[in-house]
Write a protein that binds this ligand. Sequence first.
Ligand SMILES: CCCCCCCC/C=C\CCCCCCCC(=O)N[C@@H](COP(=O)(O)O)[C@H](O)/C=C/CCCCCCCCCCCCC
Length: 214
Amino acid sequence: MADEQADFNLKLVLISFKQCLSEKEEVLMDPYITGWKGLIRFLNKLGTIFSFISKDLMTKIQIMERFRSSDQKENYSSLQCMVQYELDNRLVDFQKCSDHPDSGCRTILRLHRALHWLQMFLEGLRTSQEDCKTSVLCTDSYNSTLASYHPWIIRKAVTMAFCTLPSRSAFLETMNVGAPEEAVEMLNEAMPFICQVYQVTQKLFEEHTLLELP
Ligand SMILES: CCCCCCCC/C=C\CCCCCCCC(=O)N[C@@H](COP(=O)(O)O)[C@H](O)/C=C/CCCCCCCCCCCCC
């Protein structure tokens, strides 16, 4: 157990987003899923108050893993293949969730929005002053990204959970990459990969009018 904790290092997780991008700028599904599973592990370390968030994330990851182990797995090898395949075969609900409530496109859209939150939050963490409150960073990044997609009850629960977050330096230490300055250095290195995965996905979903799926 102790070894397992020691092995856990947020750098490995964030760098796995680097492996998501192919030479052709496709977002590869397997490293995308691996990256998310690492983030969920990190989220679980922050306390049981966050378990409703990690459960929702895990449900979405399991949907994608099922596609990747189905007989259609090749059609889910990248986000680009998935979009093409699901649209060509009318597997996406555009108006309301009915025939295909768990399509790959709507599931990835939820993860994509969450990645936007992560990008904003890490940017805040990286550039903020030492005495800055992580709860404030979290709330600001949540309000500017995910909040508009969530009902009041979730926004309330999330805002309460944020209040339990540790100080900025304690938070940076839980990343397990050394002193806070080293954690900031690691974020400097990892942020461009997360931003690129976000931008490529955003462009793909925009081009196919997939950004508002129910
Ligand atoms: C060095 C710092 C690293 C921080 C690592 C944090 C790791 C977690 C990474 C991202 C967390 C964001 C997760 C958000 C998932 C949201 C997915 C979503 O929107 N789901 C809703 C819609 O789904 P459907 O119903 O349409 O299927 C779902 O209804 C809502 C579920 C409740 C959870 C929403 C909470 C969002 C809070 C985001 C902040 C996370 C705080 C992490 C604390 C650091």
